[in-house]
Write a protein that binds this ligand. Structure first.
Ligand code: TYD
Ligand code: MG
Length: 452
């Protein structure tokens, strides 16, 4: 006889409790508990003989006997997107695209349809009406002859439409708006998101319909919904950027069919997203190295070197506790580099406010930018510009030593490509140093000697 058990489950994080709670002790959300009836089947007693017969009849296979089929890739024609996907969208794959509201997720999908006007694309619009999409399409100057807009958010109807149209790509905008009528919880709840994505996963895997879900993100920048969502999909893409800036970064966080952490760069303009094939140009456009505290570094985003401008401002403080403010750079790393400069470089920051800014609204976490931060800080303290247009790359250790960095060659080549002739870096081999004035430094106390 099955036994019934009453439980209360948080519809945000699925924490379960035998009694109703106002606040979930796991995720701290209010009023998220719903009553659920669990039916427990009576456990059959197993004896040892049963164990050998349990499970299904599928046999394990030897890896050497498994044949792997080459993935069928469809280049989207948007080069920056293809780069992130690893050469194109894999047929029958299941993807998730997350990002802040208004960053351009829906626009990117419409532009994909513009690039591939012959692909039948089924666009499930849960957030906008067809007329709003039409307006946007007009802004993007596209007709959408093979773009089907579907405004029904019931997952069963969506799947039925997909089976009927057999699109080259099914776009769900967004997974938080579709729902299954089998569940009582609201669209966007953990159960709904999980159930609907599981059904879409089946559709992608069993019927080979390439499916891309757009997902909301939480304040912390993670994809909203159950954690399991990211495990279910083959590829997780994040669309990032600063609303006040025009550039957008498309990053692959997970990719079963290509490189992870690869980055595509776009610029949002009046008439859509534009690819930026040379991001260094974008981030250095307003560079002025005649001002003290300005300095250039080269960071790696995926396999891509990008030149960015680091700006430091050190001024006498009017506060009892001097300020340390970093924009686009880790604040604690900034404090650490200040301490290293004080102890190993003999520069005092006592009674000084320190502001650090990465121009263009970019957020950087590459340790190779340390040396540029140190150079910018020391230039600002002394109020002496770094007169040579130079790129600084190197990780700074607590002893004041400049450590080697990954992809040193590629960074130097990028500087050369952008017409910068001086590179300050830790010592190392360079395959082709023609036209580059490479200044090798091992300690931060030596970096001032780069001035001419
Ligand atoms: P959208 O694609 O709706 O963002 P998401 O789907 O991620 O929420 O992007 C909307 C923003 O982009 C909105 O602020 C308007 C702006 N935008 C442009 O600047 N240019 C354009 O051509 C388009 C279509 C949108
Ligand atoms: Mg949208």
């Amino acid at each position: 006889m099955p036994r019934e058990k009453r439980v209360f489950v948080c519809n945000n994080c699925e924490y379960s409790s035998p009694k109703w709670l106002g606040v979930c002790p796991s995720c701290n959300e209010w009023h998220t508990f719903e009553e659920k009836i669990e039916v427990k089947k009576q456990k059959k007693k197993k004896n040892k003989a049963d164990i050998s017969r349990s499970g299904d009849d599928d046999d394990a296979v030897l890896l050497s006997s498994v044949t792997s089929d080459e993935h069928d890739r469809l280049p989207t024609g948007i080069n920056e997107l293809d780069r992130v996907l690893g050469g194109g969208i894999v047929k029958g794959s299941f993807l998730l695209l997350g990002g802040d509201p208004g960053i351009g997720k829906s626009t990117l999908m419409l532009q994909l349809s513009k690039m591939q006007p012959d692909w039948p694309i089924l666009y499930v619009a849960g957030e906008e009406s067809p007329s709003q999409i039409k307006q946007r399409a007009a802004r993007l100057q596209m007709k959408g002859e093979h773009l089907y807009i579907y405004s029904n958010s019931n997952i069963d109807s969506v799947i039925a439409q997909a089976r009927k149209i057999k699109p080259a790509l099914l776009v769900i905008d967004s997974i938080q708006t579709v729902y299954s009528s089998n569940l009582t919880s609201l669209p966007g709840s953990v159960q709904q998101v999980r159930e609907c994505s599981a059904m879409l996963q089946q559709l992608a895997k069993k019927e080979g319909i390439t499916t891309l879900m757009i997902g909301h993100v939480t304040k912390q920048g993670d994809i909203a919904g159950p954690r399991i969502l990211e495990h279910m999909v083959d590829t997780v893409l994040h669309f990032e950027g600063n609303q006040s800036q025009f550039h957008r970064l498309l990053r692959s966080v997970k990719n079963r069919f290509g490189p992870a952490q690869e980055v595509g760069v776009f610029e949002m303009k009046q008439d859509g997203l534009f690819e930026v094939s040379n991001p260094s140009e974008l981030f250095l456009s307003d560079l002025d190295t005649t001002v003290s505290g300005n300095c250039i570094t080269c960071i790696m985003e995926g396999s891509r070197p990008i030149l960015v401008e680091v700006q430091a401002l050190v001024t006498a403080s009017s506060y009892s506790t001097p300020q340390r403010t970093a924009n686009g750079f880790d604040q604690r790393r900034l404090s650490l580099l200040i301490a290293v400069l004080e102890k190993r470089g003999g520069i005092s920051f006592v009674g000084q406010d320190v502001y650090l800014n990465i121009a263009g609204g970019l957020k950087i976490s590459d340790p190779a930018a340390d040396l540029a931060v140190v150079a910018a800080l020391s230039s600002s303290v002394k109020d002496q510009p770094i007169q040579k247009r130079a790129v600084f790359v190197g990780e700074v250790g607590l002893g004041g030593e400049i450590r080697s960095v990954r992809y040193r060659d590629q960074r130097i080549r990028e500087a050369k490509k952008m017409g910068i002739k001086t590179v300050v870096a830790p010592p190392g081999q360079l395959s082709d140093d023609a036209g580059i004035d490479l200044i090798e430094r091992t300690y931060i106390s030596q970096i001032d000697k780069t001035k001419t």
